[in-house]
Design a protein around this ligand. Structure first.
Ligand code: FES
Length: 124
């Protein structure tokens, strides 16, 4: 049902955890009733130098969140804001049809973390 790439990112998710001194935090979904993703970002010289996440969700959501961090790290703020649900889906490859919505948490939480950073901008 899942490709090897999805299984790899599910079993060995990259960049799981929190950034204690994060420059921005974004949460997408609802922890009280289901799946949600919280994303922490660290910004230096206008680039995302670190992105970490905590998640409550299915294997597809865990794998796509892991892929999202790989796509986002190293990007400028503008580039990261342009990462879409489709970009994440394309990067992970094939997901079962009924699981494609699980990949939608990643871009949403990332964009909210960037908005949080922009609101409390600490250029460093
Ligand atoms: Fe809810 Fe995948 S995150 S079914």
């Amino acid at each position: 049902m899942y490709t090897e790439k999805v299984i790899d990112h599910f079993l060995n998710p990259r960049n799981v955890g929190i950034i204690p001194d994060a420059d921005g935090i974004g949460q997408y979904g609802d922890p009280s009733c289901g799946d949600f993703l919280r994303v922490y970002i660290k910004v230096k010289d206008g680039r995302l130098v670190d992105v970490k996440f905590l998640i409550q969700g299915c294997p597809a959501a865990i794998a796509t969140s892991s892929i999202m961090t790989e796509l986002a790290i190293g990007k400028t703020i503008d580039e990261a804001l342009k990462i879409t649900d489709d970009d994440i889906l394309e990067a992970i490859g094939v997901l079962p049809e009924e699981k494609t919505h699980c990949s939608n948490l990643g871009a949403g939480a990332l964009h909210l973390a960037i908005e949080d950073y922009l609101e409390n901008r600490k250029d460093n």
